[in-house]
Design a protein around this ligand. Structure first.
Ligand SMILES: [Zn+2]
Length: 96
């Protein structure tokens, strides 16, 4: 095998492989996602998080180290920008 294809092989194997979705059995592929992270009643949005996303139902899976890094980011004071979010209440009666 020549050098180039060897290198390519390494890059491919470095990509995290995810098991099929545990909810619907769909294919889970690596993607960058935006995470709405609630912590102690406060919402932080984390962009560009590497995750596995089910192509069928949209369920997102995070590796242990990535979940840890998100927790670290949420607790850190560093912010790239702040947005305001409208809050609304669902007031209609619930039908049983
Ligand atoms: Zn799924």
């Amino acid at each position: 095998m020549d050098k180039i294809s060897n290198q390519k092989k390494k890059e491919v194997s470095k990509l995290k492989r995810y098991d099929d979705c545990s909810f619907c059995g769909g294919k889970v592929l690596p993607q960058r996602v935006k995470v709405d992270y609630w912590w102690k009643g406060d919402l932080t949005i984390i962009e560009n998080v590497p995750a596995g996303v089910c192509q069928q139902c949209g369920e997102e899976y995070y590796d242990g180290p990535i979940a840890e890094e998100m927790e670290h980011l949420v607790k850190s004071k560093e912010v790239i920008r702040t947005i305001s979010i409208p809050v609304k209440e669902y007031k209609e009666a619930v039908f049983s």
